[in-house]
Design a protein around this ligand. Structure first.
Ligand code: NAI
Length: 332
């Protein structure tokens, strides 16, 4: 027979007990992401929030027999969803339709992300915040500005999720090389949209690809999202692969919080790498630790071709970042 005391001792002795919230949990990404977070043994409390439908997703996911409680929250109880969170993942917002760029989503998603950030600042100011909502190059600066205005900005705990670009680079290069994609580890730097996405194949075994093969591969990684948008034909953008990417990144953040060593993922963060050139946020390899960002790694050796791609990425990022910052200044 289990006594209450024994049960309590068990749960409080676990070093890896974390509350994770998914904001936008009823969406195309939110639902499978919630499922995957339910499967993560480090998550003991899963809070699913959406404008509509979160209690249904929560009831469904809650029947999976893993060691977490799941609760769905409606807008009137965002405080309950966020209070005590260690990690907040945000896939709330509208996705692309064919012909749209991620920047076309700005007008709708900027205010959604700004308002969620205000709530996070109030109810879970110490959480690690993972932004999936596009355009990531602008939504991450939006969250930073809101946090700064509320006096709770911690650059070590704000992440733009670029992991899907990494998954695509691994998958696409493996298709060409005939290798196991799960064994590929391509670093992708820059930002998360078109020409700001820079996969560094020169740092892999495939540095000697023929120029035309390399160019096509890089283009496919940069614009791989368009393949999904076109195939879904108006029904949205990547959701299942994105959920996998989001769960992997959130899992890595949790591993870092738990003190595991050598947890490294590329992510779009407040970065010193190119600040002197006016690029305040940049994605590069980040070692994750108990405080969030532990180390931001430099890009390493680049080919001349990649130097050119990084230069273009930086030029575009300056404008994308400023657009987010200006939005908050003009619409606080
Ligand atoms: P979706 O439309 O299927 O789901 C969005 C969900 O957000 C809906 O359930 C909606 O009710 C909810 N929502 C809207 N406003 C909200 C608010 N204020 N508070 C809480 N929930 C709110 O869209 P999908 O396909 O899940 O995409 C979500 C976002 O993720 C889009 O902005 C999309 O562009 C982005 N995305 C990012 C990727 C990345 O690599 N970072 C990859 C793919 C998509």
């Amino acid at each position: 027979m289990f006594s209450k005391i024994a049960t309590r001792a068990f749960s409080s002795s676990s070093a890896s007990a974390y509350k994770v919230a998914v904001l936008g949990a009823n969406g195309g990404i939110g639902q499978p992401l919630s499922l995957l977070m339910k499967l993560n043994p480090k998550v003991t409390d899963l809070a699913l929030y959406d404008l509509r439908g979160a209690p249904g997703v929560a009831a469904d996911v809650s029947h999976i027999p893993t060691n977490s409680t799941v609760k769905g929250y409606q807008p009137e109880d965002i405080e309950g969803a966020l209070t005590g969170c260690d990690v907040v993942v945000i896939p709330a917002g509208v996705p692309r339709k064919p012909g749209m760029t991620r920047d076309d989503l700005f007008n709708t998603n900027a205010s959604i992300v700004r308002d969620l950030a205000k709530n996070i600042a109030e109810y879970s100011p110490n959480a690690a915040v993972l932004i999936i909502s596009n355009p990531v190059n602008s939504t991450v600066p939006i969250v930073a500005e809101v946090f700064k205005s509320k006096g709770v900005y911690n650059p070590k705990k704000l992440f733009g999720v670029t992991t899907l670009d990494v998954l695509r680079a691994n998958r696409f290069v493996a298709e060409i090389a005939g290798t196991d994609p799960s064994k590929e580890h391509v670093t992708v730097v820059g930002g998360h949209s078109g020409i700001t996405i820079v996969p560094l194949f020169s740092q892999t075994n495939y540095k000697d690809l023929a120029t035309d093969v390399r160019d096509k591969l890089v283009h496919r990684v940069q614009f791989g999202g368009d393949e999904v948008v076109q195939a879904k034909d108006g029904a949205g953008s990547a959701t299942l692969s994105m959920a996998q990417a989001g769960a992997r990144f959130a899992g890595s953040v949790l591993n870092g919080l738990a003190g595991e060593h050598d947890v490294v993922e590329p992510s779009f963060v407040d970065s010193p790498l190119f600040k002197n050139e006016g690029v305040e946020f940049f994605s590069s390899k980040v070692t994750l630790g108990p405080e969030g960002v532990k180390t931001i790694h430099p890009l390493g050796e680049l080919s001349e071709f990649e130097e050119g791609l990084v230069k273009t990425a930086k030029e575009t990022l300056v404008g994308n970042i400023k657009k987010g910052q200006d939005f908050v200044a003009q619409n606080p």
